[in-house]
Design a protein. Structure first.
Length: 558
């Protein structure tokens, strides 16, 4: 390969464009690769039995000698959740800010990877030499502290990745976005900007987290009984606001939900949460205090079936029940696809007799997004003034809307690249074009299995969930192929045997006739026998029931 072909800049996503979650972005120049973020997403409804989804990293494993580092922008699951799985295959150095690293180390410890992984702390002033690229960072606002954007200085020019961001002029932790640094990058010249598109459809500005604190305090004051607040465990700012509101209204706080307990412990230990002495109590102590002196901080803002809030709403939690008159605050917006689960939980809470405060922040006042709205996205574009623009982190309609915003602030349409996962944007000599596609997609995690469940297994699971399974067991003579026992037909999830004896008797007859015919025709290969039995039985069952159960023939010879 000629030097001309090697020395070009390639930018692409292995996850995080055209979708919410599993963020992973790759910047490559010649023989150096830098990865930004390594997240997960939760499975879609048709991914039966799947626990989580991470990006397909086959391109990185094929080029493992070129991967210099994974840079992490912040500590949300959709940006760090894939690390334990990726690092088992691709052991490269990790760079992250203090809180983000604390959350990562907790995950790595659980996966027994802590001792094998090189980890380096960074902050907004750090600079790293990663092969031919130099990485620097800038502070941003988001719904978790210690969020940063990334600038990679490459031989072609500067590539900036914003991370998830908004511009909060009154952040609760006084960690202001580094506007001067962003403007400085823009004045020096940004070749390509990759920018968060999550709220590209929302006009105006995203509200300040500080506004939520005032609203929470007001709700706490008015509540006659216990207050239960469900939010994302990683929303450390929101956790602080709940603790502050409880302190002002003289309530004790108990923390429920494994991930919430974990994040509170880590953030407190690292100094990101200010928890007054004596305010935290164990769940067992809740019923010993007056109802108007208790606040419960828990997981379950997305209606997850096994989360603390959902179990409390169904009265299946081991330690705490929600009582009539309790006030429940759902301080989060449903992730697309989770609206139905949240709705079910809200219904259960109302049935109990709880006062439920939920809905978009503009309605409830108890939640604001961590992502910038249209005016903030325009501000980022104007600060960076990129030559080329690649909208990321959002579903396709969000990417498209972000592209329109970029056009509105003066970026030429031909310099905007709306890409899918695996699509490369190649820049050489200041000219950008769409390059060849790299391997991308989903790696499905089911239990301890990583990638061993694919489309064929999912198809089988879907078939089983829809029409069930029929197992046909037959024993044949090894000498002459005669049927010695069976066929025995076992139905699971297809029909109820006691009420379908006629159907199954006819199915039995069809299997017997098919096998006898094949013996006469001297067909004795097991693959052929099974295929013919499945075809004949499948046709019959579809004619009778208009259903297509999975048919599993088991043929034995004695």
């Amino acid at each position: 390969m000629s030097k001309k072909n090697i020395d070009k800049l390639s930018i692409f996503a292995l996850g995080g464009v055209g979708e919410i979650g599993k963020n992973m972005y790759v910047v490559q120049y010649a023989n150096d690769i830098v990865v930004i973020d390594s997240g997960l997403k939760f499975p879609e409804e048709d991914m039966l039995g799947i626990d989580i989804v991470i990006p397909d990293i086959s391109y990185l494993t094929e080029n493992r000698d070129k991967v210099r580092a994974i840079l992490i922008t912040h500590g949300h699951e959709d940006h760090i959740g894939g690390l334990p799985y990726v690092l088992k295959i691709l052991n490269v150095p990790i760079y992250a800010t203090k809180l983000t690293m604390g959350l990562i180390e907790s995950k790595l410890k659980e996966a027994n990877l802590l001792g094998d992984t090189k980890r380096y702390l960074i902050n907004g002033d750090s600079e790293l030499q990663l092969g031919c690229m130099k990485a620097s960072f800038f502070r941003t606002n988001h719904s978790i502290p210690d969020s940063v954007g990334v600038c990679l200085a490459t031989p072609e020019g500067n590539v900036v990745h914003t991370g998830d961001f908004k511009f909060d002029q009154t952040p609760v932790n006084d960690q202001y976005a580094d506007l001067h640094r962003m403007a400085e990058l823009g004045s020096k010249g940004v070749l390509a900007l990759l920018s968060d598109s999550t709220n590209a459809e929302r006009p105006g500005y995203t509200g300040s987290e500080r506004n939520v604190g005032k609203e929470l305090e007001e709700v706490f004051r008015k509540a006659k009984q216990r207050v239960i607040v469900a939010t994302f465990a990683s929303n450390v700012h929101r956790v602080q606001q709940v603790i502050d509101a409880a302190e002002v209204t003289r309530r004790k706080v108990t923390v429920i939900g494994r991930s919430m307990v974990n994040v509170v412990a880590i953030a407190s230990e690292l100094g990101y949460l200010n928890i007054p002495d004596g305010i935290l109590i164990e769940p067992e102590e809740v019923n010993k205090l007056a109802a108007d002196r208790v606040a419960i901080l828990c997981t379950g803002s997305q209606g997850e079936p096994m989360s603390a809030l959902t179990r409390m709403a169904r009265s299946t939690h081991r330690k705490i029940d929600i009582l009539p008159g309790d006030t429940v605050i759902i301080a989060a917006t449903p992730i697309p696809g989770n609206e139905r689960y949240v709705g079910r939980t809200v219904d259960e809470l109302f049935r109990i007799g709880a006062n439920v405060i939920y809905g978009p922040g503009s309605v409830s006042g108890v939640h604001v997004s961590g992502h910038g709205s249209q005016e903030e996205l325009k501000l980022m574009l104007n600060l960076m003034k990129p030559k080329f623009f690649i909208p990321i982190h959002g579903e396709y309609r969000m990417l498209r809307q972000h592209a329109l915003l970029a056009e509105a602030v003066g970026i030429d349409r031909e310099d905007i690249f709306i890409v899918e996962n695996g699509d490369t944007v190649e820049i050489q000599g200041g000219v950008a074009r769409r390059g060849s596609k790299v391997a991308s997609g989903n790696t499905l995690i089911d239990g301890l299995g990583v990638g061993d469940v694919g489309n064929i297994v999912l198809r089988d699971r879907k078939l089983l969930s829809q029409d069930g399974i029929l197992v046909v067991v037959v024993t044949l003579s090894k000498q002459d192929g005669a049927i010695l026992s069976g066929p025995d037909i076992i139905s699971r999830g297809f029909v109820y045997v006691r009420e379908s004896e006629g159907l199954l008797d006819e199915a039995n007859r069809i299997v017997t006739n098919t096998l006898n015919r094949l013996m006469v025709e001297n067909v004795n290969e097991w693959a052929s026998l099974k295929t013919q039995v499945k075809d004949a039985l499948g046709r019959f069952l579809y004619e009778q029931t208009r259903r297509r159960p999975m048919i599993l023939p088991i043929i034995m010879e004695v």
